[in-house]
Ligand binder design. Structure first.
Ligand SMILES: CC(C)(COP(=O)(O)OP(=O)(O)OC[C@H]1O[C@@H](n2cnc3c(N)ncnc32)[C@H](O)[C@@H]1OP(=O)(O)O)[C@@H](O)C(=O)NCCC(=O)NCCS
Length: 146
């Protein structure tokens, strides 16, 4: 498995894998190709966009981390928008290697903190906790249907 920074040529692979992973359990989303393409295209055009991919020996994308560098008063931090590994190869260490690769790259560039949102009812929540991520229990994610 090779890890590297995202390149424009990775776009379609990132969209396809995103749909495969998040339309499957435990997320069971209902992304169409059209909406997912717009969603990820928007992310890639966000100021500070920075992303990393894991590729197998054939160059197929098996893991993706999409995010952005944010300028916060404590310094720069990286916000993970999406992080996903191909369903058939999850649990084989690819995600952890990609997370470590991204962390090292970001640290080298002076980014001192990684932040993200996830759903505590999914395996991803304990995944992050086991890897040293800490919960801000006082911060709540609110929404209101309109
Ligand atoms: C979360 C995810 C990126 C981790 O990548 P991975 O390559 O599967 O993880 P690794 O093999 O490096 O690490 C294995 C760990 O992941 C856990 N894991 C295995 N399958 C998983 C799954 N489908 N979802 C979340 N975690 C999973 C294992 O329990 C294991 O945990 P442990 O180290 O505490 O025992 C990946 O499983 C995934 O894409 N999950 C679905 C999408 C998702 O939930 N993304 C995060 C949204 S914030």
């Amino acid at each position: 498995m090779n890890m590297r920074s995202y390149q424009a040529q990775d776009f379609e692979g990132c969209v396809g894998l995103f749909i495969d992973v998040f339309n499957a359990a435990p997320w069971n989303n209902e992304w169409t190709n059209s909406v997912a393409t717009t969603f990820i295209s928007d992310l890639t055009q966000t100021p500070g966009f920075r992303a990393f991919v894991a590729l197998d020996e054939e160059g197929t994308i098996n893991g993706v981390m999409l995010g952005r560098v944010k300028h916060w008063w404590r310094g720069q931090e990286y916000y993970i928008d999406e992080f996903y590994v191909k369903s058939s190869v999850q649990g084989q260490g690819i995600g952890t290697r990609l997370l470590d690769f991204a962390s090292e790259n970001l640290k080298t560039d002076g980014i001192h903190n990684i932040v993200l949102l996830t759903d505590e009812r999914t395996p991803a929540y304990s995944y992050y906790l086991k890897r040293g991520y800490q919960e801000f229990s006082s911060i709540k994610f609110l929404h209101k249907g309109l």
